[in-house]
Design a protein around this ligand. Structure first.
Ligand code: NAP
Length: 246
């Protein structure tokens, strides 16, 4: 299904990004993985992609830094050609806390990774894919969050707000590049079993989910790959909840 796809995945060393990388490699995509600093985890994902018969490379880079984002797109292009899919997945959250306790440093960091970094990545993806720039089109899948519509009170309203911004970016960008061969959609995962959660948060909260369980990274990866693939050829500007009905 992804034989002609070069997929650049930010935050691909762990969690949802890692699952997406391995599934995409298994289905024929050439996978280029960005991550921040966990070289061991990134190497393991590259090995997993290769062990299912796929091609994969990884490069460390902080999506907050324009130079790192440019370097990741250049390295992807060198290895596999320009990306035809961007999975805009890297994201962070901070300790569970109320808004009145947020430091300026915390706010700058979450906004810089989840919004500025995500924007730098879609900017480069549009330059690589748009028919207006000589590209042959592509797909962008933003990894937002159910937090965008829940608001995450007493936990991380700042993170939730950045995901709300990502949803708005998805809607605007989808319209902006719709006639340039690029589709832009988002997934909004709910509680997914990855390292991002603090302490026993998953154990405390799974009962609030109508399906009565947390989700697995592969279940989000399947939704991402649907939006990245020709199977969703007329789906554009959509926000797909992957949250067990929460
Ligand atoms: P995770 O397990 O914590 O993994 C985060 C990934 O992002 C890692 O690969 C990490 O690299 C990378 N990363 C972090 N900051 C980065 C930066 N500045 N530049 C480049 N890469 C960076 O996270 P996850 O749970 O899979 O979450 C992935 C996405 O899904 C995030 O956008 C998150 O907001 C969203 N999401 C997750 C859930 C959930 O319940 N898990 C729910 C809704 C939405 P290193 O390994 O090098 O640190």
């Amino acid at each position: 299904m992804f034989e002609n796809t070069t997929m650049l995945i930010t935050g691909g060393s762990r969690g949802i990004g890692a699952s997406t990388a391995v599934l995409a490699a298994e289905r024929g995509a050439k996978v280029f993985i960005n991550y921040r600093s966990n070289h061991e985890a990134a190497d393991a994902v590259v090995d997993a992609c290769r062990s299912v018969g796929g091609r994969a490379e990884a490069l460390a880079g902080d999506i907050r830094l324009e130079s790192d984002v440019l370097a990741m797109f250049a390295a992807c292009t060198k290895h596999f050609g320009p990306p035809t899919t961007l999975v805009n997945n890297a994201g962070i959250l901070h300790r569970l806390d109320r808004v009145e306790n947020y430091t300026a440093e915390r706010l700058h960091e979450v906004v810089n990774v989840n919004i500025v970094g995500a924007f730098l990545c879609v900017r480069e993806a549009v330059k690589a894919m748009s028919t207006k720039h000589g590209g042959s089109g592509g797909t962008i899948v933003n990894v937002s969050s159910a937090a965008a519509y829940l608001g995450s009170p007493n936990e991380y309203v700042d993170y939730a707000a950045t995901k709300g911004a990502m949803d708005t970016m998805t809607l605007g960008l989808a319209k902006e590049v719709a006639d340039e061969g690029i589709r832009v959609n988002a997934v909004r995962p709910g509680l997914i079993e990855t390292d991002i959660h603090e302490g026993d948060r998953l154990e405390r909260l799974w009962r609030n989910i109508p399906m009565q369980r947390v989700g697995q990274p592969d279940e989000v990866a399947e939704a991402i790959l649907f939006l990245a693939s020709p199977a969703s050829s007329y789906v554009n500007g959509s926000l797909l909840n992957v949250s067990g009905a929460r």
